[in-house]
Ligand binder design. Structure first.
Ligand code: FAD
Length: 317
């Protein structure tokens, strides 16, 4: 059993997700001395995962961030996200071997989002189920494998039953635990967790939480890819702090002239309400029978640390 599944069998795990910055300056702010990673590491998460561009275009920066995580003294497990989009078996084998060569043996095995208009991955493997089977066939137990779970159903699934059956197949093919897509609809989540357990999925479920800090980012996450349900409470926070003419235009204009006189106040008031909402959401998840909280840290420290502290996720003994 891997270190992380052992932890999740004993207690709730706690982790962050980072993304590889696109610029040298961004990378320095994240992994340089005294940067965001150092500060997040001081909160002693069990693991930190690092996202991966669908076709692997950002693998260099992804690996740098992963290596920086393993070099921190806190013993935090680095997990790379990994997709099979566009990869031949040879290509995928080489990339996976290169992670092992760099000491990275934890992976979130994903299909990846298909670019608009594509009907398949353009590579040798079609689904995450096949990627999990491939990793086990080629590398045995060298990797701990996490897989994605979608409490609302993946945006292109035939049905939620089909989606859950494929989740079970990921377990059967050798996955170790589940990391979920964000879900604000707690009734749906509670239904899903019962449904996957009834379907024989016994893997630990680590829940992905996106902190609600900014209206534009929240709407983007909900609607740009996943079609997430926005509960009334969250919709009210967005409406009460609406920046006119709309948050997207207003943000673009903010540098020169502010289209809404209360721009700054609304941004700040959204964030306050959003943090309170996120903390409440973590409370609800913690009593819903989950095994871990995985916070999208968005490469930030202050707001993330505040959420963790207000949610009481860490015992400071
Ligand atoms: P799959 O499990 O393969 O599912 C894709 C679709 O196919 C679903 O509709 C499913 O029902 C169906 N399906 C699955 N298996 C089969 C099968 N055997 N036969 C027929 N149909 C099947 N993307 C990135 O590019 N980079 C990232 O770093 C990244 N990180 C993520 C982190 C998390 C926690 C999550 C939840 C998602 C992340 N994604 C990332 C997005 C992910 O790549 C997309 O959601 C993608 O569209 C589906 O990936 P999957 O692994 O869930 O696919």
């Amino acid at each position: 059993m891997s270190k992380l599944t052992e932890i999740m069998n004993k207690r709730m795990a706690f982790s962050f997700e980072l993304f590889p910055p696109k610029t040298d300056d961004g990378l320095k702010k994240l992994i340089g001395d005294g940067g965001v990673l150092d500060r997040l590491a001081g909160l002693y998460p069990d693991y930190i995962s690092v996202t991966y561009g669908a076709g692997g275009g950002n693998i260099g920066a992804n690996l740098e961030v992963l290596k920086a995580i393993s070099s921190r003294k806190q013993g935090i497990v680095p997990i790379t996200h990994f997709t099979c989009i566009g990869g031949t078996k040879d290509d995928l084998r080489q990339k996976l071997q290169s992670y092992l060569d760099n000491g990275i043996n934890h992976i979130l095995a994903l299909r990846g989002d298909l670019p608009f208009g594509w009907t398949g991955t353009g590579g040798d493997l079609r689904y995450a189920t096949e990627l999990v089977a491939f990793i086990r066939k080629e590398f045995g137990d060298k990797f701990t494998i996490a897989v994605a779970g979608s409490p609302e159903g993946h945006i292109s699934c035939r049905s939620i039953d089909a989606d859950i059956s494929y989740l079970k197949q990921k377990q059967d093919n050798g996955a170790d635990f589940i990391m979920t897509q964000l879900c604000w609809d707690m009734d749906q989540f509670r239904w899903w967790i019962d449904a996957i357990r009834a379907a024989g999925v016994t893997l630990p479920v680590d829940v992905g939480i996106m902190p609600v800090l900014d209206a534009k980012a929240t709407m983007n996450m909900a609607l740009s890819r996943n079609g997430c349900v926005l509960p009334r409470k969250l919709a009210e926070i967005i409406s009460k702090n609406w920046i006119f003419p709309d948050p997207f235009t207003a943000d673009a204009e903010a540098k020169d002239k502010k289209s809404d006189a209360a721009y700054d106040e609304k941004k700040a008031s959204f964030k306050e309400a959003g943090i309170e909402y996120t903390v409440g959401l973590i409370d609800e998840y913690r009593v819903a029978g989950i095994d871990g909280i995985h916070l999208y840290a968005l490469n930030k420290y202050d707001d993330v640390a505040r959420i963790i502290s207000e949610a009481g996720l860490i015992d400071r003994v």
